[in-house]
Ligand binder design. Structure first.
Ligand code: PLP
Length: 394
C-alpha cells in the first residue's frame, strides 16, 4: 500500500548502497563475519561509550544471548520484565528456564513502573531487564541506586531507543549488558542486525563464543584459548565447543551498512526529537495523551494514545487512519500487553490483569505512527489536523 504517512521512510540510503557495492566490488572479498564487523563493533562501542560490542543477526538474538549469559553467570532465579515490550525480551527469559516476573508501565514513558519493580524485587531476583520503549528513557536515579545496593543486575533493551539519554549519558551504557536492534523500522538499520554491549571483558568473550557455536577459538583471548587447547588435548584445537550455543553471526555487508548509517544517526536523531516536539505542540491534548516525560528521549515513532478508553472511538480513529493512509500499529511496542499473548498462557494463568491498568490502556487504545528524518513540519501539522478533526463520542 502507498501510504501518505508510512511508519518508516528512506531508512536505507544511496550511501548505504554505495558502501555495499564498494565492498562487493573488492577482489577476494570475505562476506561472512570479518574485519568490517570488528570495525563496526569498535565504532559502535565508541559512539555508545562502552568498552565492547558484539554484532549479531538481530535484536532478538541479542536478547537471547544476553539472557543465556545471565543464566551461565548466575544460575536459576527470577528476571523482572515489562508487560509492554517485544516478545523476545520475555521468550529469552523462559527459553533459558528463568522465571519472568511482570511489571506494569509508567504512562509518562511507557517503560517499566519504578514502583512496581521495587514491589516485585525479592531474594530470587537476578536481574531487571528494562526496555526503553519507543525512544523514552526508563531509568531513574532511585532505581539505579537500589539495584546497585541490592546487587541486582540491570540489563537494558535499547532496541527502540538508539541515542536516547539519561543524566546526559546514552541509554545502553548503564546496564551490565545492553541490547540494540538494527531492524529496518528502528533509528538505524543494517537490514537485520543487533548488538550486545558491555564493559565486562568476561561477558564480551562469552557473547562472542555463544554467537559462534560456543567455539573456544572465538573466546577473544589467545592465552585462555591455549589453556583450553591444553586441557582438551584429544580435541581438534579449532573445534572445541565449550557451550551448546548458536550461530547468530552477522556479515560484512551488514557491517559496512551499519558503519555508514552510524555516521548520520546523531543528525537524524536531532530531527526526530524536533519532529516529536512539533507533534506534541500541534496535537489536541484533550483527545490524545501529550504528558510524556521527554527528557533525554529520542523517538522513531509518535505514540498516538487515546485519552479516553472507548472502543467506539478506537474504531473511529482506525477508520480515519486507514482512510487517510496513515500507517499505524496498535499496542505500541510489541502489540501491547504481552500478558495477553498465547505463548505465555502457562505463565499467566494466575495473573490478575486489573493489576496492569496502564499497559491495558496502551493495549487497547495506544498506537504509534511514524517519525522519520525525512518527515517535514507541514506534513506533521497536516497529520495533526486530521487527527484533531476527528469527532469522538463522549
Ligand atoms: C524492545 C525490542 N526488543 C527487541 C526487539 C527485537 O529486535 P529484532 O527485530 O532486530 O529481532 C525489538 C524489535 O522490534 C524491540 O522493539
Amino acid at each position: 500500500m502507498n501510504f501518505f504517512h508510512p511508519l518508516m521512510h528512506n531508512n536505507f540510503t544511496t550511501g548505504d548502497t554505495k558502501a555495499a557495492i564498494k565492498l562487493l566490488r573488492k577482489k577476494n572479498i570475505i562476506l561472512t563475519q570479518s574485519s568490517n564487523v570488528e570495525k563496526f563493533e569498535k565504532t559502535w562501542s565508541k559512539w555508545l561509550g562502552v568498552k565492547y560490542s558484539v554484532f549479531v543477526n538481530s535484536g532478538s538474538s541479542a536478547n537471547l544471548l544476553t539472557i543465556r549469559i545471565l543464566k551461565i553467570l548466575k544460575g536459576d532465579g527470577e528476571v523482572i520484565v515489562p508487560a509492554l515490550t517485544w516478545v523476545s525480551d520475555i521468550s529469552s527469559v523462559i527459553q533459558n528456564n528463568l522465571k519472568p516476573v511482570f511489571v506494569d508501565i509508567n504512562p509518562k514513558n511507557l517503560c517499566m513502573s519504578e514502583k512496581d519493580i521495587i514491589a516485585k524485587i525479592n531474594k530470587k531476583t537476578l536481574a531487571v531487564f528494562i526496555s526503553h520503549i519507543q525512544g523514552f528513557n526508563g531509568l531513574t536515579n532511585k532505581l539505579l541506586k537500589l539495584l546497585k545496593r541490592k546487587k541486582i543486575i540491570l540489563i537494558e533493551d535499547v532496541c527502540e531507543s538508539h541515542g536516547a539519554e539519561f543524566n546526559n549519558k546514552k541509554l545502553g551504557s548503564f546496564g551490565l549488558i545492553s541490547n540494540f536492534s538494527f531492524y529496518y523500522a528502528h533509528h538505524m538499520s543494517t537490514i537485520e542486525g543487533g548488538m550486545i554491549c558491555t564493559n565486562d571483558v568476561k561477558i564480551y568473550n562469552l557473547a562472542r563464543m555463544l554467537r559462534s557455536h560456543g567455539m573456544a577459538r572465538e573466546m577473544g583471548s589467545k592465552k585462555s584459548e591455549n589453556k583450553i587447547i591444553k586441557k582438551y588435548k584429544k580435541l581438534s584445537p579449532k573445534f572445541i565447543f565449550l557451550h551448546s550455543a548458536y550461530n547468530f553471526r552477522n556479515n560484512e555487508i551488514g557491517a559496512v551498512i551499519g558503519l555508514n548509517q552510524l555516521k548520520s544517526l546523531d543528525y537524524n536523531n536531532k530531527i526526530r526529537t524536533n519532529n516529536f516536539k512539533i507533534f506534541i505542540s500541534n496535537i489536541d491534548s484533550n483527545k490524545y495523551r501529550t504528558d510524556f516525560d521527554l527528557k533525554g528521549s529520542c523517538n522513531y515513532a509518535f505514540p498516538l494514545i487515546l485519552k479516553k478508553a472507548s472502543f467506539k472511538n478506537r474504531k473511529i480513529l482506525e477508520l480515519t487512519l486507514t482512510k487517510k493512509k496513515i500507517e499505524f500499529r496498535r499496542g505500541n511496542a510489541g502489540g501491547g500487553n504481552q500478558l495477553r499473548q498465547p505463548y505465555l498462557k502457562k505463565y499467566t494463568k494466575n495473573i490478575n490483569l486489573n493489576k496492569f491498568r496502564e499497559v491495558e490502556h496502551i493495549h487497547f487504545f495506544g498506537y504509534y505512527i511514524g517519525n522519520y528524518p525525512s518527515l517535514k513540519k507541514d506534513k506533521i501539522i497536516k497529520i495533526c489536523r486530521i487527527l484533531n478533526s476527528i469527532n469522538y463520542k463522549n
